[in-house]
Design a protein around this ligand. Structure first.
Ligand code: T3D
Length: 266
């Protein structure tokens, strides 16, 4: 694994951990060192109780252009058999699985193009705020591959099967205004406002009852594979847990006392 200590920038503010993908010279393409660093950073954000929202964004003019193709070509230079599945299982899949399962809100601040696994990473987040110049490309087909890192799971759920098929089959660029119409992003803001608007939303999310949000995410994840009767029961079970939290009591009392609630995330 090559060493690349600065491939991520990590900062904490107001309960928000911001991870900035930082290889702008290659549009934040993922090499193995960066993927290992991202996997570690996501696991740490999950474990750290002071982190109540995770924000992922990119340095420079891109969010991420996906797998570093120069790295890939180097792998092909040797005679060793190529096993992309093994590479996905080792590097990409744990990151996507952790983003989907961690019980705190994860926001993508999509500052530019999100292509290939970069697009998948944005889709794996709970919400996406995009800059006007951002775009989404299921670029896998352009290099003879199938969408990976969760794109075949998330994309049809977000935009419907027909649109997902079209994006995956053609690898065409979907600009931010179309992405908003499709439901691929939650909000589009002017380029020079993305950093502050994403931080504002992330800080707002971090000030909310984190445990209730975590349980909501668990319930929504479970709903994808459940029938209604099972889901109603699952909601009831999670509500029992949420109902025992400090933030639930605080929300009720604050409402009755006509004052803003002070949530602690527990
Ligand atoms: O191994 C496994 O686990 C398999 C997993 C695969 C997952 C995948 O992500 S497969 C898909 C890989 N990604 C792509 O195919 C996208 C490749 N990039 C592009 O199509 C274009 O760069 C963009 C549409 C994203 C942006 O186009 P544009 O015109 O704005 O920028 P550009 O000029 O193409 O790129 C700027 C520089 O970044 C350029 O370098 P240079 O000429 O200035 O020295 C370019 O080579 C470099 N770059 C962009 N994307 C990548 C990259 N270098 C390495 N890997 C990249 N993915």
């Amino acid at each position: 694994m090559s060493s690349d200590e600065h491939s991520l920038l990590i900062a904490d503010e107001s309960g928000v951990r911001t991870i900035t993908l930082n290889r702008p010279e290659v549009l934040n393409a993922f090499n193995d060192a960066m993927l290992a660093a991202l996997s570690k950073a996501v696991r740490e954000a999950d474990k750290d109780k002071s982190v109540r929202c995770l924000l992922i964004t990119g340095a420079g003019r891109a969010f991420s252009s996906g797998q570093d193709l120069a790295d890939m070509r180097e792998r092909y230079a040797s005679d060793a058999p190529i096993e992309l599945g093994g590479h996905l299982r080792k590097y990409y899949n744990p990151i996507v699985a952790k983003l989907r399962s961690m019980e705190k809100p994860v926001l993508a601040g999509v500052n530019g193009v999100a292509a290939g696994a970069g697009c998948s990473l944005a889709l794996a987040c709970d919400m996406r705020m995009a800059a006007e110049s951002a775009s989404f490309i299921e670029a896998f087909v352009n290099v003879g591959l199938v969408p990976d890192s969760g794109s075949t799971f998330m994309l049809p759920r977000l935009v419907g099967v027909a649109r997902a098929m079209e994006m995956a089959f053609t690898g065409r660029k979907v600009k931010s205004d179309e992405a908003l119409r499709m439901g691929l992003v939650n909000r589009v803001v002017p380029d020079d406002e993305l950093a502050s608007s994403a931080m504002q939303l992330a800080a707002k999310l971090a000030s909310l009852p984190t445990q209730a949000i975590g349980l909501t995410k668990r319930a929504m994840n479970a709903a994808w594979n459940a029938d209604l009767v099972d889901q109603l029961d699952y909601e009831a079970m999670l509500q029992t847990t949420a109902g025992q939290s400090h933030d639930h009591r605080e929300g009720v009392v604050a409402f009755l006392e006509k004052r803003p609630p002070v949530f602690k995330g527990e």
